[in-house]
Design a binder for this molecule. Sequence first.
Ligand code: SAM
Ligand code: SF4
Length: 335
Amino acid sequence: MNKSDQNVLVDSFGRHHDYLRISLTERCNLRCVYCMPEQGVVLQPQSHFMTREELVHIASVFVKLGVKKIRLTGGEPLVRKDVEAVIEDLAKLPVKLAISTNGVLVNQFIQTFKKCNLKAINISLDSLREDRFNLISRRTYFEAIINNVELLIEEGFHLKLNAVLMKGFNDDELIDFIEFTRNRPVHFRFIEFMPFNGNQWDWSKGFAYHEMMDNINAHYGATVVKLEDCKNDTSKSYKVEGFKGTFAVISTVTNPFCDTCNRIRLTADGKIKNCLFSANETDLLTALRSGKEIEESIRESIWNKKSTRGGMETFEEFSNKDLNQKNRSMINIGG
Ligand code: SAM
Ligand code: SF4
């Protein structure tokens, strides 16, 4: 396998990349403490971002190179003004479409999702307690989000809920989150707190995979069942016997899952990131605007992907601020 092989994006470690996550915008209607720097982010001028036509064109080049799944993310993808048209255009490509959203505006897009066969929806839900949720998100949309979660379940969407678990914030809700899956067919994912520019990361706030599992096993005992993980899963999945839903842990900090990574990220300003933690980016939008072919730049970027977390292989490297703060903030990357 080499970098010029047709219809497959491969890196120097032989990993195939067929999953593209596109950030539609850097804007958001929430201000989650772990994602958005407290002082906010400086918004770039509109001309720096991909137009709908540019975004769809770049996406179609990725599809030609073997991408089979596209997830829309951000910022909050549903605050982009032309999001409906973007979804409709991307639905014409031969890919599975998915979206990560904070859920605030989901009810306005149910028909678009259905029409475009977009069934896989991830919603961030960091607390089941309104006052606490509002503290974490620095906004007051808890009720709208919970109603939209129930609406998506009723409408039969394939729903995953994401909670970033942090000590002293929401770690005491771990069992409540799992109880949420007792009568609901949802997949709850617990994400270890990851370092990004300006998010005050410090692992003393981190809640590790093994600590979560100790708490879960102490509570549910032998009724906790390990489920089989799919090849490219970024999480370790479980369920409690008899519960309708399932749960999983994304252990990027204590137990990264880079060996089978198939992900590529495209930022809202048209830059390819070959890893969530890569400080290096390749500017596809400027190349496209100056009439250049972008295929070779895409292949080159993927080929140069580092083996683990943008080159931060050990926990010591990953927690070193001189290394982990070189990246953008999560809101500017697109999670
Ligand atoms: N606005 C949408 C949302 O909240 O789902 C999509 C974008 S958000 C950046 C994507 C995911 O990244 C969310 O599940 C969020 O919880 C996660 N995330 C953001 N910052 C994080 C951090 N520091 N550590 C772990 N996960 C983080
Ligand atoms: Fe917005 Fe999602 Fe970041 Fe929260 S996690 S600030 S909802 S982009």
